[in-house]
Ligand binder design. Structure first.
Ligand code: GDP
Ligand code: MG
Length: 357
């Protein structure tokens, strides 16, 4: 089973992302299901959001608040702990879709849940190690944080600590970039915020503010930590922009090794009408999320989404390099087995290149 785990602070667009990605998958013909693990999600009025599993069927947030006399944050923690203690329930619910569908998990926005608290980490651990799911974490961060360099630094630290805490493949996304114009002129261009390459410029900018003079050393140290780990990159996305959703999807697929071929046999079966797929695969509705004018037709070839690689920053080319490295490792294993073919020299070159990189 392959899936995306969608996390991020409240209001960053997780539920909208799940609905948008679902619409995108429908356009591609990729069988999928949304799994709502946020008991606080108000999804009943959202016609674009159709979840196959809803945590509210297991535990009700309002009841927890009332009966245990907890505040909203405490009750949310309790709900996730309750889910962790009842993973059999989740497994049973997911089983019918495991082989057939790509899963999109919608999570609550409480930052501590994916940053400090153990329940989500443990749940993901069971998914990966016991259920053998291959999942990628999609961490959404609201693009408006770029408008304030201090908030941006906080977002960088949050992304880094989440990556280290959850230990899953990770795609960090700057969401709602269509709204960037509204926040006035940015201190740096958008690539600076997405690439997270040289933070000394940002440190300089922050240190130039006399109000924060006494924190200069702290600022420099924070930048060094983020740079030394070298893990955080962002991909800019607006849910109504088809290309940006496509780019996020490609990055996610690469990070878990998902290929559309995986569900191809099933799709062929569905097209032949040999399975009762009509409810699993709703007809494409009005593509309200994709206003960019590049809405594919119904018989659009999904492979086009994978071959048309848009210009993508370093984060994507890093993935290419990793991929080539693993290919070369595979080749060297084949060589050890004494396998011989005419392309031997070419392979050696690739191997050398990968080692140099
Ligand atoms: N302009 C714009 N608004 C968005 C985008 N994604 C989400 N939103 C809006 O952000 C608000 C919060 O989104 P929601 O999905 O409920 O956030 P969640 O709390 O993280 O699940 C909603 O009003 C969405 O319509 C986007 O890409 N662009
Ligand atoms: Mg939500």
């Amino acid at each position: 089973m392959f899936g995306q785990i969608v996390i991020g602070p409240p209001g960053c667009g997780k539920t909208t992302y799940c609905a948008g990605m679902s619409q995108y998958f429908t356009l591609l013909g990729r069988p999928h299901k949304i799994i709502n693990l946020d008991p606080g999600n108000d999804i009943h009025d959202n016609e674009n959001y159709e979840c196959a599993v809803d945590i509210s069927d297991l535990v009700c947030l309002e009841n927890v608040q009332e009966e245990l006399n907890l505040g909203p944050n405490g009750a949310m923690m309790y709900c996730l702990e309750y889910l962790e203690a009842n993973l059999d329930w989740l497994k049973e619910k997911l089983e019918p879709f495991e082989k057939e569908c790509f899963l999109i998990f919608d999570l609550p926005g409480q930052v501590e849940l994916f940053n400090l608290h153990e329940s989500l980490k443990n749940i993901i651990g069971v998914m990966q190690n016991e259920w053998h799911y291959r999942v990628v974490t999609v961490h959404l961060v609201d693009g408006h944080l770029c408008a304030d360099p201090w908030k941006y630094v906080a977002a960088l630290m949050l992304s880094l600590s989440t990556m280290l805490h959850l230990e899953t493949p990770h795609v960090n996304v700057l969401s709602k970039v269509d709204l960037m114009d509204k926040y006035g002129e940015l201190a740096f261009n958008l690539e600076f915020y997405t690439e997270v390459q040289d933070l000394s410029y940002l440190a300089e900018y922050l240190n130039s503010d006399p109000k924060f003079k006494e924190y200069n050393k702290l600022t420099n140290s924070i930048m060094e930590i983020i740079e030394d780990f070298g893990l955080v990159r962002f991909t800019a996305m607006s849910i109504e922009d088809f290309d940006s959703v496509n780019r996020v999807c490609q990055l996610c697929d690469k990070s878990i090794g998902y290929s559309p071929e995986f569900h191809k046999n099933l799709k062929t079966q569905q097209e032949r009408g040999s399975s009762s797929s009509s409810s699993a695969h709703p007809a494409v509705g009005p593509a309200s999320y994709f206003k960019s004018g590049v809405i594919p037709e119904r018989d659009w070839d999904p492979r086009r989404a994978y071959s048309k690689m848009p210009a993508e920053p370093i984060s994507a080319s890093n993935l290419d390099i990793t991929e080539r490295f693993f290919n070369s490792v595979k080749i060297s294993e084949d060589d050890d087995d004494g396998a011989e073919d005419g392309a031997g020299e070419g392979k050696d070159e690739i191997k050398k290149e990968a080692v140099e990189k």
